[in-house]
Design a protein around this ligand. Sequence first.
Ligand code: ZN
Length: 306
Amino acid sequence: MKKTIYYGIRDIRVEEVPDTAPGPGEVKVKIKYCGICGSDLHEYLHGPFPESPFGHEACGNIVAVGLGAEGYKIGDRVCTLMAGAYAEAIVCPTERLLKIPDNMDWKRAAVLEPLSGAAYAIERGHVTPADTVFIAGAGTVGLMLLLGLKAMGVQTIYMTDVLENRRKMAEALGATLVWNPAEIKSPAKIKELTKGRGVDVAIEAVGIEATLKDCLASARYQGMVIVQGIFTERAAVHMLGFVTRETTMIGTNFINPALAMKWLETGTIRPESIITDIIPLADIASKGFEVLAGKSKTAIKILVEP
Ligand SMILES: [Zn+2]
């Protein structure tokens, strides 16, 4: 079968690898889609993480079941929440599987994993429906946060992004107000919008100093800053405001697939609308990673279809 092998920075190759059968407690899944995640793009551009997540946003049909893989059968539709899925198939332990309801569209299932990151962050940050929220960044992370917040009933969500297509997407998906942080200073804008108070929760969804500063300066007294962006550089932040405003700041880097699935099954949100491109496995570098690396004016979520 064909699988994408990571060789190094900007060097991934689709190669023929031996087919493997599922062992005890495992199933083999034929991949329908695997989404390209921002964390994978970081690995592509900057080098691998210690526990590489490369290719972890996949869904497909079970084609073989190992011994003791209780509750799963051939043909079942599942999300495989583990790395290594930029491939025609993946062998996955059952504890990493999540069943997809029969009537759920594949594209909707394909964004379950990024939505679960938002679900985890929102829960970990104890966000409530009454909170006013600012999300810095309208890439996949920010947009999934927006939809998660909407699913739980948050009414006021401000967002920023420097890219116009992402701002438009945020507006289309129901953000209260969206602006370009390169043109409008976010902390001042937030002050104006909240009558000087600041937002209850500010979420960093980019992974750079400028947006972290915007979040810290936009949260109210005793407010919450949630950091979900992946940082490759150090960030110099002004700690005096952090201390005097008694800010709580947390990092989040995990998923809550059960909550995300609940939103997908019961809610009206349409996270699949962030999918802008579906590309063949053979083109994963040229039409996938290189497009995202070039800060594409159109691409947001790209799915690989092996
Ligand atoms: Zn991901």
